[in-house]
Design a protein around this ligand. Structure first.
Ligand code: SF4
Length: 443
């Protein structure tokens, strides 16, 4: 009983919304809170500390925070020692307004305050007063070591933070602040440490990785080259890149270091129409984007491209949407992530005229996915009969199947054993499905 009490008073539950950046931040929070003796628990009722790591990209983000905190009202009544905090983009955006709106909260911390979390929690506990820490630390260098408890075979490494691009639909520059890059030296050390812990693949993470600039002047191409040549990491991926910053030098480095740099690029286009791209402030035209895609295919034969598209941007006409549809015929995307436009606080596009009805956006989104399905399945079929190098990440003891990703970022399943986890093996593809491939181990 006593043991249970101790565990209960030291449990932390983090509820994570949104993108991979937030998932990574939550991992970091768990590791930082270990310093205060908090252990992760799997449900809020086991916790004495609950953190909502919020996201502003979804609709009604503040409302979501309200309703989640409301669900913890009874827990707080039953355990007055329970502390509840909100971090992430909504916290950054709303700051002390959140405390006023949601009196049940004990603390609010912004995206630049994650490393202060142990301090904030200690202060809340000792002083019993609510705490808000949500200032951007623009002048501070971006020095963080990847903190992750169980990095596994493949893990994410933050290389930049924030964004200076101000795409008119995007709230990130307001919630993550100005762009900052981690020093090259730190990243090399970080990746070497992860390799020592068994990591075989890293995915470099940032809002716009290819505008990375180290304090020593190294650009993103230089970073990739240095990681490939100066660390024993087996595979390197990255996300997300911006088409306007994608250049020949970067593509050449990818080709030259092909044994380590995966043959997969996520290159968000957002729209296939130049006028819409201008209103989005993306910094490239349809033609320029197609040229870059062509340059990538010419330099790295066999590379796989995926993209993000927003449909129903304010003022998007049927003809302009038709250009987005026709872009799929010009650029062979093997995967597509598409969304309906929805206005975000602080963004310019939220105030644009010509906001479109939901039915129009839904109809366009369906047409886009339908067209992509028609084109993507034949692309997946081309893998049948090919041998792909797969880094094994998981084993399912019930089915006896293992799964992993090829360098083209294809999820591959085949029969195997637990011992294969962490190994890169050749798999002959027998059957392609829209999202996955099934194969057999090449002995
Ligand atoms: S580049 Fe990406 S993160 Fe930056 S403003 Fe544009 S969409 Fe947002």
């Amino acid at each position: 009983m006593e043991m249970k009490e101790i565990q209960k008073t030291q449990g932390v539950y983090i509820s994570t919304y949104g993108c991979q950046m937030n998932v990574n931040d939550s991992e970091r929070m768990y590791s930082l809170l270990e310093m205060l003796n908090y252990q992760p628990v799997s449900s809020p009722d086991q916790a004495s500390l609950i953190i909502i790591n919020s996201c502003s990209v979804r609709e009604k983000p503040v409302h979501k925070v309200h309703s989640e905190v409301g669900r913890y009202r009874e827990l707080k009544k039953a355990n007055p020692e329970l502390r509840i905090g909100v971090g992430g983009c909504v916290a950054q955006q709303e700051k002390d307004r959140l405390l006023k709106d949601v009196p049940l909260l004990d603390f609010v911390f912004g995206t630049d305050s994650i490393d202060k979390l142990p301090e904030i929690v200690a202060k809340v506990k000792s002083e019993g007063q609510p705490v808000v820490s949500a200032r951007f630390e623009h002048q501070q260098p971006y020095h963080i070591e990847t903190l992750i408890k169980n990095p596994g075979v493949s893990t994410f490494v933050n290389i930049t933070k924030g964004c200076d691009n101000f795409c008119t639909f995007c709230v990130v520059p307001f919630t993550r602040g100005r762009e900052r890059s981690r020093p090259l030296k730190h990243l090399l050390e970080d990746v070497r440490r992860l390799v020592d812990r068994g990591v075989k693949e890293v995915t470099l993470l940032g809002q716009n990785v290819n505008s990375y600039t180290s304090d020593c002047g190294t650009n993103f191409a230089g970073l990739l080259k240095a990681l490939a040549e100066q660390t024993p990491i087996q595979r390197i991926r990255y996300t997300t890149s911006h088409p306007k910053d994608f250049n020949q030098e970067l593509v050449e480095v990818m080709q030259a270091c092909r044994d380590k740099l995966c043959e997969y690029i996520h290159l968000p286009v957002q729209s296939g129409n130049t006028q819409v791209l201008e209103r989005m402030n993306r910094g490239y035209s349809r033609e320029e984007y197609i040229e870059k895609a062509q340059m990538i295919f010419n330099t790295i034969p066999g590379v796989v491209l995926s993209t993000d598209i927003i449909v129903g941007f304010p003022g998007e006409t049927d003809e302009q949407f038709a250009e987005t549809l026709s872009l799929l015929d010009e650029v062979p995307y093997e995967s597509l992530f598409a969304f309906k436009y929805s206005p975000r606080p602080f963004t310019k596009a939220a105030r644009f005229e010509g906001q479109l009805p939901e039915e129009v956006k839904s109809e366009r989104l369906n047409r886009l996915f339908e067209r992509h399905r028609e084109l993507a399945f034949p692309m997946a079929k081309k893998y049948e009969g090919q041998n792909l190098a797969v880094l094994v990440e998981e084993y399912d003891s019930e089915t006896g199947r293992v799964s992993g990703r090829s360098t083209q970022n294809k999820l591959v399943h085949f029969t195997g054993s637990q011992e294969l986890i962490g190994q890169t093996v050749w798999v002959k593809i027998k059957e392609a499905f829209p999202q996955t491939l099934r194969g057999v181990l090449v002995q």
